[in-house]
Design a protein around this ligand. Structure first.
Ligand SMILES: C[S@@+](CC[C@H](N)C(=O)[O-])C[C@H]1O[C@@H](n2cnc3c(N)ncnc32)[C@H](O)[C@@H]1O
Length: 213
């Protein structure tokens, strides 16, 4: 028992989320910067991989996950992908520093046992990063909108801490909210200032940037 067994049993990615607009933001960043190698942590159903592979069949895509369930499913569907079985908090022991052009993680840090260590390990694995976080209830406290226990959220998680850790190891180029239906993008700093206290669902927070050398 290592505390990660829940990911082997759970239905980790609901099919209705596959079409959510935030998933296309990775392809845009890849096109804009000309990335050719991508490590995705906690890939779930590999939705973003399929979008990118269509456009760049030669892409070097690597996945890392704690879950045997996720890794064995992906190995059947996509045998060409290199897979790393580890917790994100231990990624540095499995890959070289800045080995990849970009590290991508969507809805993963929220679930980690040690979000600070997870951010450090993720950012150090690549030259750039893109991280997606779940929707928020109140911008004032930035707590998740689901019941924490049910969704296995880390009790250590809060977005101010995450942002501080990202800035410690990386330079944030952009932080924005993406609406899952319309794809509308709003600068996170404007959103923070303008809408405090309002109920928000269907909005995902995205950080893009580069790692410090
Ligand atoms: C909520 S799912 C997100 C799946 C997908 N990225 C998406 O956006 O639909 C969380 C994923 O992170 C993985 N995961 C959870 N904790 C992890 C950890 N500490 N290290 C690496 N992967 C982890 C789970 O196995 C699962 O694949």
């Amino acid at each position: 028992m290592n505390g990660y067994e829940k990911w082997d049993k759970k239905h980790v990615v609901h099919p209705k989320t596959h079409a959510y607009a935030f998933r296309k933001r990775l392809l845009e960043f890849v096109v804009q910067k000309g990335f050719r190698s991508i490590i995705e942590i906690g890939p779930g159903a590999l939705v973003e991989y399929k979008i990118i592979k269509q456009r760049f069949p030669e892409v070097k895509y690597i996945i890392a996950d704690v879950s045997d369930n996720i890794l064995s499913k992906t190995s059947k569907q996509h045998p060409d992908i290199r897979r790393i079985r580890c917790a994100i908090e231990e990624l540095e022991s499995k890959v070289d520093s800045k080995e990849f052009d970009i590290v991508y993680a969507s809805h993963v840090f929220e679930h980690t046992k040690n979000p600070q260590k997870a951010i450090k390990n993720a950012i150090n694995s690549a030259k750039h990063f893109q991280f997606v976080f779940f929707k928020w209830r109140f911008e004032g406290d930035l707590k998740p909108s689901y019941r924490r226990k049910k969704a296995y959220w880390s009790s250590m998680f809060n977005i101010y801490m995450i942002e501080k850790e990202i800035k410690r190891y990386g330079n944030i180029e952009r932080s924005f909210i993406c609406n899952n239906k319309t794809g509308e993008q709003t600068d996170f700093n404007k959103y923070r200032r303008g809408k405090t206290g309002q109920h928000r669902t269907g909005n995902y927070l995205i950080y893009q940037g580069s790692s410090k050398s």
